[in-house]
Design a protein around this ligand. Sequence first.
Ligand code: G4F
Length: 334
Amino acid sequence: MSQRKAFITGITGQDGSYLAELLLSKDYEVHGLVRRVALEDPGHRLGRIAHVRDRLILHAGSLESFPSLYQIVRQVQPHECYHLASQSFVSYSFDDEFSTLNTNINGTHYLLAAVKEAAPACRFYFAGSSEMFGKAEEVPQTELTRFHPRSAYGISKVAGFDLTRNYREAYGLYASSGILFNHESARRGYEFVTRKITSGVAAIVAGKAKQVRLGNLEARRDWGHAPDYVEAMWMMLQQGVPDDYVVATGETHSVREFCQVAFSLAGLDYRDHVVTDALLHRPAEVDLLIGNPAKARATLGWSTHTNFQMLVRLMVEADCRVAGVSLAGKAIGV
Ligand code: G4F
């Protein structure tokens, strides 16, 4: 069989970089969509994929331009398309609802349309989100739980999910959505709460900071490890029929618990360092997310390899290495 080709949007992000590694390890020819500015400033913008950069084929284009997506899809003729790119920071979606909705909804629509027109046999993955459940109507959340999004981001993901399903039903596209709960790693962006906490612990251990300023400590999330989650994406596109799946650990923890565990790894009490700031609370919060991954387990054979304690530890240790200190505060070579 000829080499399989995959096209990834969002390849420079946390998930995109892990997915690119996974697909390379499976001998795919891996193509990625990047912004023109990323190619002009690779040191800064391509950091997460620098170690595999010479094995990837990157295409400059924009989710805001149907013609650019159409041309790339027509030229590459991918067997699988993973649509991960979006404005993914929920908090920012309150500051700019319009660009979040435009980019996320139109980007998904343009890409689906490009695949339908230029490579209709290509299998399509949409990165849905547990933010679609929002003010969750049942606990735990499953594929059948009704959506009640609480932000422009959540609304944009519901629209993308519906578009993906509609392309499956109306045009026969092999199009699946993963309803992914929060997934973190040492490659997580610094604006998300987990990385903000673990990089904050490392800065405090290194003597470069004294406090971490956070918003709502009582919010509860189902946090998993990102490399496990990209495996589920790939598995979804290897099934006989397209479908939608919840991908989660089935455990929930509060932001406060995350702080407790992260600080205690460095022998610190989070209460001495975490400062809460009302300005960091969201206009509408998602209080509790916990997913039931039974369908993904049974149908895909998917499972997590990293539990909550392991996840916090690996993130704190990684950030300490970046800061040049051990957990005990001793200087180490970086
Ligand atoms: O880390 P967060 O910003 O992630 P959030 O909003 O749950 O969304 C992430 O997971 C989704 C999957 O469920 C993705 F779709 C989405 O793209 C993103 O990856 O916030 C987590 C919780 C929130 O309840 C927030 O209010 O942490 C709370 N929090 C408290 N203090 C904070 C802070 N969040 C951030 N980012 N910064 C804080 O200072």
